[in-house]
Design a protein around this ligand. Structure first.
Ligand code: XMP
Ligand code: MG
Length: 177
């Protein structure tokens, strides 16, 4: 695979579609085992997770539901600073087994500030599935239960992730050169 240019930056091939597919199969198998008979509600966080969520969901052989939300952050009045709120969360989460699906956990800030809102709706359980995580960048108490790849602290695009709006449609993952 050749290098690619997006806007002003050059990216090099990083994780192939074959590797992505085989890691997703591993995660899906674990979810199929862990959630047999539980009818989990998968909640994908837009925009970044849409490809990962679709590919992972297709590999689930158990009964499962899926929904998508957007997160919007605004300056909170509390000392914690930015607050993240969910847009489009219409499902009743009470008593449900929730699997949050993210494209990447970087500092963990997004999920850390969103988790209280999920928990306040009294789900039976909440787990996190992420395509990528950057352990070196983590600053918040967020742990992925299912993670396809742990990567170094470099900017990546493709497979749903974007650089300034572009690159989401690349089938493989690329990293900044
Ligand atoms: P936090 O720090 O809240 O960040 O865990 C999560 C969000 O930051 C974006 N992000 C990236 N997007 N390449 C991207 O295209 C990256 O390397 C990257 N690192 C963080 C992403 O939107 C994610 O949901
Ligand atoms: Mg994102």
């Amino acid at each position: 695979m050749p290098d690619i240019q997006i806007h002003d930056k050059v990216f090099v091939p990083f994780i192939s579609k074959e590797k992505i597919d085989s890691q997703l199969a591993v995660i899906a198998e674990r979810i199929n085992t862990d959630y047999a008979g539980k009818i989990p509600l998968v909640i994908g966080i837009l925009n970044g997770s849409f490809i990962f969520a679709a590919d992972l969901f297709r590999l689930l052989t158990i009964e499962a539901e899926i929904s998508f939300i957007k997160l919007a952050s605004y300056k909170g009045t509390t000392s914690t600073g930015n607050v993240v709120t969910a847009i489009g969360m219409e499902e009743n989460l009470k008593g449900r087994h929730i699997i949050i699906v993210e494209d990447i956990i970087d500092t963990g800030k997004t999920l850390a500030s969103f988790m209280p809102e999920i928990l306040s709706r009294q789900p039976a359980s909440v787990k996190i599935a992420t395509f990528l995580s950057k352990p070196e960048a983590l600053q918040h108490d967020v742990k992925a239960d299912y993670c396809a790849f742990e990567v170094e602290n470099n900017f990546v695009v493709g497979y749903g992730l974007d650089y300034d709006g572009l690159g989401r449609n690349l089938p493989e993952l690329y990293v900044l050169k």
